[in-house]
Design a protein around this ligand. Structure first.
Ligand SMILES: *Cc1c(COP(=O)(O)O)cnc(C)c1O
Length: 441
């Protein structure tokens, strides 16, 4: 148990999220349904923010990595909590603008930002752009010049560390579409190029070493490499970075193969980063840079669950039992994409013991449209409510209308209330942009 816990089983044996009965939610809002606990989201934002205040004299900013779950309500909560956001597309900028988000706290990423997106970013006065190619720096310099502004930028660099959940590897040169390698000199060369651009103000560097990382040492090592690089650049060119953005990637619990971290544990990751940066500043006589982190998944993943209704059940004797639900890869493509593992339970009979292993199948026309394989459950019956846990991040944001299924609505719960933050789609929405040219009629 930890202070972020949002899930409980009530006296009726029903699963609750944020104090709300999930069976009642499924009745009231229908299924499939994404449900988010607001308290959890705010607690995680505060955990990171308060750690920067306490351990680093507030000399930094938490940026919610909005690709995890981008919508106007999330930007409104981030604004309210006094944190920033990162965005990666014109669409995310538009959503933030419509939510009235303060753009001085917006950082823009992307390895291939289009000309139109860069123009739009500058029109909205995006605070900082993380440049990821020389061509981008040139284009940005030109657009800023036309507008008579000086644009703050970071350069995305590769510290040569790749982290995957429980392990990390150090590589001489990272093979990635993102960033410039420290080793081999690409990052240094890019620094000189950007410093020479009259309409760009280079603030420092950004790196993001991966996602779903539990190994504290991989963050520490990345910070060491970035700080070593900053010292080296200062010695060689006289440019001393005033900002360091260490990206996101803090891991979350999906199944009991993953650690279940408390808010204090997440604060420890950030503290490890902060102490590394402080130590390195001492070692090299650098001024402590403004620190940015970009947690996405760890803020919203465990805050969310998806509710489904169980439909047909098919047993292939001796092979497998499939429990089909009214969702699938259109609202959770992560099993199809990465064979991601999930924990599922019957929300209306949450106290019953697990007696069988089943696979949970979606309703799309693909054999690979599964949500979970070989999960332990009580015997499911048609009409049961099935809850899949840890679905707050990279679910709605990756959803599609595949097979012309409707993207499920999202509700947020707090203080015994549930409110839509994304309303249900309708069939009308599906044909909204369809046209039949005259000659086909
Ligand atoms: C994906 C991403 C993040 C967020 O990663 P999480 O694992 O969700 O915390 C942060 N920064 C960048 C640049 C990213 O691409």
């Amino acid at each position: 148990m930890n202070e972020r816990d949002t899930l409980k089983i009530n006296n009726e044996g029903h699963l609750e999220i944020g104090g709300m009965d999930t069976v009642a939610l499924a009745e009231a809002f229908g299924t499939p349904l994404y449900v988010y606990d607001e308290v959890y989201i705010r607690n995680m934002m505060r955990t990171y923010k308060n750690t920067i205040i306490k351990e680093y004299s507030g000399n930094g900013l938490v940026l919610y990595a909005s690709k995890a779950f981008s919508c106007m309500a999330m930007y409104t909560i981030a604004k309210d909590e006094g944190i920033g956001i990162d965005v990666v597309s014109g669409g995310e900028i538009y959503t933030a603008a419509k939510s009235g988000f303060p753009f001085d706290r917006v950082y823009m990423h992307g390895n291939n930002k289009t000309y139109a997106e860069l123009e739009y970013a500058l029109d909205c006065k995006v605070g900082t752009i993380v440049v990821d190619s020389l061509g981008e720096a040139e284009t940005l310099n030109e657009i800023a010049g036309e507008r008579g502004i000086k644009q703050a930028v970071l350069i995305r660099i590769n510290p040569g560390i790749e982290a995957h959940t429980h392990a990390f590897v150090q590589t001489a040169r990272t093979d990635s579409k993102f960033g410039f390698s420290i080793s081999g000199g690409a990052a240094e060369e890019m620094t000189k190029q950007v410093l020479a651009k009259e309409n760009l103000i280079l603030k420092g560097y950004h790196c993001h070493i991966g996602s779903q990382i539990f190994e504290k040492q991989s963050f520490v090592l990345a910070a060491e490499k970035v700080m070593n690089f900053i010292a080296e650049i200062r010695n060689k060119t006289g440019f001393e970075a005033t900002e360091v953005n260490m990206g996101g990637g803090f891991g979350v619990w999906y199944t009991d193969e993953d650690a279940s971290l408390s808010a204090t544990d997440y604060a420890e990751y950030l503290k490890a980063l902060i102490y590394t940066i402080k130590d390195k500043c001492q070692e090299y006589g650098l001024k402590e840079p403004f620190l940015l982190i970009e947690p996405g998944r760890s803020i919203v993943a465990e805050a969310g669950i998806t509710l489904y209704r169980v439909g047909r059940i098919k047993e292939i004797p001796g092979i497998r039992k499939y429990v089909a639900i009214d969702g699938g890869m259109f609202e959770n493509p992560r099993y199809a994409l990465y064979q991601s593992k999930y924990t599922a339970l019957l929300a209306n009979r949450a106290k019953e013991p697990c007696t069988e292993k089943v696979s949970i199948a979606g309703k799309c026309c693909e054999s690979g449209d599964l949500i979970a394989v070989d999960v332990s459950m009580p015997e499911a019956r048609e009409g049961d409510i099935l809850a899949v846990l840890t679905t707050g991040a990279y679910h709605y944001s990756m959803a599609s209308n595949y097979n012309r299924n409707l993207v499920p609505p999202s509700v947020i719960v707090k203080d015994g209330r549930a409110d839509y933050i994304i309303k249900p789609q309708t069939y009308e929405d599906l044909i909204r942009n369809d046209l039949i040219p005259e000659r086909l009629k």
